[in-house]
Design a protein around this ligand. Structure first.
Ligand SMILES: Nc1ncnc2c1ncn2[C@@H]1O[C@H](COP(=O)(O)OP(=O)(O)OP(=O)(O)O)[C@@H](O)[C@H]1O
Ligand SMILES: [Mg+2]
Length: 254
């Protein structure tokens, strides 16, 4: 279970995010970047954020802490921006928050070289979850206090949009040629040796258990949120064993 907080103040929209994430203060005095269930991207992007964020963290990668944020749509009434007001009004209930890394800079590969080990672990993880949103054009990496942090895992696990084909997705290759860290000679073989054995059924059960039931309910073809959780876990378990041989576009990989 993620920690649950209650939104107390909407501070400002983060305009660079396509889904209009907002900076929100909560009843625990924390400041969070919140992604809203009412955004056009839909709740599956939030499920992906939780599954991938919690998995990455357990594999030793840095991801801002995730929380669920309860939103009373009345909070939006005073917002001058119509788009923000509409978004808050349609996002009543449980939304996703992540610790706001104050002062973090967007990643620039020219200013912040990464060693082959960290690059390899990041590329291997992105291949595992089929992350198409870590290119050098749009790295979704932040540098905070001298460390690299991973954000924005909404565009992963494409198979969640077509469950009947999900099992076959384990074999889907991953093209890393555009990856933000491709230039740092990512050691994906070393990463696979260290990380693949950690991706077990138990670990994936723990990670998928963190997704709130309300984002999993009423999925066509599934009677219970736990059935859907298992469907998220299965392709990841299968992929972990084989993905290092299916990464293309970087030296030393397949
Ligand atoms: N935890 C965080 N701490 C500090 N800044 C953040 C954090 N999360 C996101 N941001 C900032 O907000 C921007 C948008 O976040 P994010 O990429 O997650 O949103 P998005 O709507 O999924 O974006 P897009 O789909 O356009 O890539 C980031 O590029 C970054 O500048
Ligand atoms: Mg982004």
């Amino acid at each position: 279970m993620l920690k649950d907080v209650i939104a107390t103040r909407y501070i400002t929209p983060l305009r660079e995010g396509g889904s209009l994430p907002g900076l929100v203060e909560a009843d625990d005095s924390g400041t969070y970047v919140v992604k809203f269930t009412g955004a056009g991207q839909g709740r599956k992007t939030l499920v992906a954020e939780v599954v991938c964020g919690e998995l990455a963290r357990r594999l030793g990668l840095r991801v801002p802490r995730l929380v669920t944020v309860e939103l009373d749509p009345l909070l939006g009434l005073g917002e001058p921006d119509q788009q923000v007001q509409d978004l808050l009004r349609s996002s009543s209930g449980t939304n996703l928050g992540m610790d706001f890394l104050s002062g973090a800079l967007g990643y620039d590969p020219l200013a912040f070289p990464v060693d082959a080990g960290e690059a390899g672990r990041t590329v291997w993880f992105d291949a595992l979850v089929n992350n198409v949103d870590r290119s050098w054009r749009n790295p979704n990496l932040l540098v905070h206090h001298g460390d690299l942090w991973l954000i924005d895992h909404g565009a992963t696990m494409i198979w969640q949009h077509n469950w009947p084909s999900a099992e076959a997705s384990a074999a889907r290759p991953y093209d890393a040629s555009d990856h933000a860290l491709a230039r740092f000679a990512p050691d994906v073989r070393g990463a696979a040796a260290d990380l693949a054995p950690l991706v077990t059924e138990d670990l994936l059960a723990e990670v998928t258990a963190a997704v709130p039931d309300v984002w999993l309910a009423d999925e066509p073809g599934f009677d219970h949120p736990d059935d859907l959780r298992r469907s998220y876990a299965r392709p990841l378990l299968a992929r972990a064993a084989v993905i290092q041989d299916r990464i293309t576009g970087i030296e030393g990989a397949a």
